[in-house]
Design a protein around this ligand. Structure first.
Ligand SMILES: [Cu+2]
Length: 323
């Protein structure tokens, strides 16, 4: 439970804290006017050019390690699918963020200097690949405009430092000829409101294509966490949504046994994170594929409200049975 508690804690770190920690430049932001050939090109030739560009477009893979993002390939405007690989030893996620209204890193830093500030309209969450375990991979799909995006990992290390503060804050430049790819067909379609999920209660084991449509006014994500075999869903989710103040004594309560019982060494247990769709701003939609195995999962949103309470504790937590 300890890692889940940590995940819970990290969500209390508002997004503005994250953005303020980014030390990369956004000079290229919005400067991606791509030369797509001569404007006088006949429509027929333009189509041929677009086709050739798409055929030549290299699939985008973003690899997360401890602690950095490495981007391979070129993301283009339109429906873009990105493979996310976790090559590290810790859990990692890939969250896409953009700054609207001409805002820059300096604006984000000003936001950081205002503790407890509400998330402003100009910070947009564009979906992502929610947390996956070391050595695994997933995909994320989102409709992207040309421009500069920020890549973040909110996962917290045992030392309590979030990964974005350790180097997992990068950029993704989206440019070039718009892709004509269609949006994925979801096998697990989820809709979010403030604060509830409308989601299927069952899913088939294997590759799931998850869609998250945000019909709320706040930002939401849909993370999948597998409940450990032998643990009741209610027990698991209660621990997940318990405030750290109560979770900490509970976690510390088992007395260390003389034999060093593995049961007491919960922090070493897998967190159960199984992918899902990263945070999406109000009105947005994004997709992600992940592998599900038979068992019970919790679909959760751990985005904090204005008081720091994770949405899961407000009702954004659904049981999903996979068989
Ligand atoms: Cu939420």
């Amino acid at each position: 439970m300890d890692r889940l508690t940590r995940m819970n804690r990290l969500t209390r770190i508002a997004a503005m804290v994250t953005l303020g920690a980014i030390t990369l430049g956004l000079a290229a932001c919005g400067g991606n006017k791509e030369a797509t050939g001569t404007p006088t090109t006949a429509p027929k030739a333009a189509t041929a050019t677009a086709t050739a560009t798409q055929a030549a477009a290299k699939p985008v893979t973003i690899t997360g390690s401890d602690y950095a993002f490495a981007v391979d390939g070129q993301a283009v405007p339109g429906v873009q699918t990105i493979t996310f690989k976790n090559a590290g030893k810790e859990d990692h996620e890939l969250q896409l963020v953009s700054l609207d209204q001409g805002k820059t890193l300096a604006d984000a830093q000003k936001l950081l200097a205002t503790p407890g500030a509400a998330l402003p309209d100009w910070v947009k969450f564009n979906g992502g690949a929610w947390t996956i375990p070391a050595g695994t991979q997933s995909t994320m799909t989102a409709k992207l405009n040309a421009g500069s995006y920020i890549l973040l990992c909110f996962v917290e290390s045992p030392d309590k430092l979030p990964h974005f503060a350790k180097g997992m804050a990068g950029t993704l430049e989206v440019k070039g000829t718009e892709a004509k790819a269609a949006a994925p067909t979801a096998t697990l379609a989820i809709e979010a409101t403030d604060h509830a999920f409308k989601a299927p209660a069952e899913a088939a084991a294997g590759k799931a294509t998850i869609s998250l449509k945000n019909n709320g006014k706040e930002s939401h994500f849909a993370g999948l966490i597998r409940v450990p075999d032998g643990v009741a869903y209610e027990t698991f989710t209660k621990a997940l949504t318990s405030p750290p103040a109560t979770a900490t004594p509970a976690a510390a309560s088992p007395k260390p046994s003389a034999t060093g019982s593995p049961a007491a060494a919960a922090p070493a247990a897998p967190s159960g994170v199984s992918g899902g769709v990263g945070a999406v701003s109000a009105g947005g939609q994004a997709w992600s594929t992940t592998e599900l195995k038979a068992g019970t999962y919790a679909i959760v949103c751990l985005v904090p409200d204005a008081k720091g309470v994770p949405h899961a504790a407000l009702g954004m937590m659904n049981k999903l049975t996979v068989k």
